[in-house]
Design a protein. Structure first.
Length: 370
């Protein structure tokens, strides 16, 4: 409550200052929200209905704030009806204790424009408590099946969730975890250690085509010079890319980053090679596979899923090398976030292991008239 009255009175919209403020004219200095796009009629109706029914916060619902970039195009989009709401991946499978999946939500409008509405959607887990939900990230808790309910405006989608082996450990794999670190950091490219002669006395196979040879060169070629199993953090393999010691290639990632943690954990485990029967990736998929983005500054998250020979799948977005063939139109960062630029088309590629897959992105100006 404030000097002007209670912001929200459960069961009575007429006494809720919040309702009064959101219904003020757009030009009024007291209108809520003050800076971001104002609520649509549909959103106001949802708020009114929620207050009238007691303003109870539903268990398991997670909301997140919007960045300025994510607000681009929202004001125009809120006036257009949504013809389709899609959730990626359409089914979530969580295997092993360390598994996770990040969910992406995309709205499609009557003019075929698509927009990332992940941060504007609400997420609710229904059924048994088999997973945790933080933001848009799902992690396993216990084996079982549940449903992830995603809502945005008047659209609602149910995503099947299956958890298996929730307590099973997943050791760091040289081929599935460590090798992608080298590729993502650019260590095994032709201009670095992947060249025919290597770099500064250390050679890796080009783009990781020879993992067995790479494992030998890292762990056996110069004895303990490159790896220090007694003090993994002091290994040259870890100190060079973080530039704790001089490195011709400069700093490739930070200490305590995901890449750093992967390498250190692998060394703590004894820098093992993988067993011969380890599951191999058989396919990689980037989602969404296409998009029509409206307005410079609009953003779209991408997610990448790998499927393996043992029937499991995995969110490999953090392990993926992303590229755009037209960064002036659609640039993509290392986390898989596409940012629209000038009007044009672009092919977004995602690369892992021997797989390269693409998504087609078209960028058009705001309020384009056909």
């Amino acid at each position: 409550s404030g000097e002007s009255g209670a912001a929200l009175v459960a069961g009575d919209t007429s006494k809720s200052l919040l309702v009064e403020r959101i219904n003020l004219p757009d030009a009024d200095e007291d209108v809520m929200p003050p800076k971001s796009p104002h609520l649509t009629s549909a959103e106001k109706e949802i708020l009114n209905r929620w207050i009238k029914t007691g303003a109870n916060w539903p268990k398991g619902v997670t909301l997140s704030s919007l960045t300025p970039k994510q607000l681009v195009g929202r004001k125009t989009a809120d006036k257009k009806p949504i013809v389709e709401l899609a959730v990626y991946p359409p089914q979530v499978n969580l295997e092993t204790k360390k598994d996770f999946h990040k969910v992406v939500v995309v709205a499609k409008y009557a003019d075929d424009v698509t927009r990332d509405v992940t941060s504007e959607s609400s997420f609710t887990l229904s059924g048994p408590k088999v997973a945790s939900l933080t933001g848009q990230t799902l992690k396993p808790l216990t084996d079982g099946n549940a449903t992830l309910v995603v809502t945005h405006r008047d659209k609602r989608i149910e995503v099947p969730l299956r958890v298996k082996g929730a307590s099973a450990p997943r050791p760091v794999s040289f081929r599935l975890d460590v090798m992608p670190v080298f590729m993502r950091a650019g260590c095994n490219t032709g201009s670095c250690h992947g060249s025919a002669r290597g770099q500064d006395g250390f050679m890796l196979s080009l783009f990781g085509y020879d993992p067995a040879g790479d494992h030998f060169r890292i762990t056996r070629e110069l004895g303990t010079r490159r790896v220090n199993l007694a003090i993994p953090e002091a290994s040259m393999l870890v100190e060079k890319p973080t530039e704790a010691v001089p490195h011709t290639g400069g700093k490739l990632f930070e200490k305590e980053s995901e890449n750093w943690l992967t390498l250190v954990q692998w060394l703590r485990d004894g820098a093992p090679n993988d067993p011969k029967d380890i599951a191999k990736p058989i396919s990689v998929e980037i989602l969404p596979k296409n998009g029509l983005m409206e307005g410079a500054g609009a953003t779209q998250r991408m997610t990448v899923i790998a499927r393996y020979s043992d029937g499991t799948d995995r969110d490999i977005t953090p392990l993926t090398v992303f590229q755009s063939n037209n960064e002036l139109s659609a640039a993509i960062d290392e986390h898989g976030l596409v940012t629209a630029g000038k009007r044009a088309e672009a092919l977004i590629t995602a690369r892992l292991n021997v797989f390269t897959v693409g998504a087609q992105i078209v960028v058009i100006p705001d309020n384009l008239k056909y």
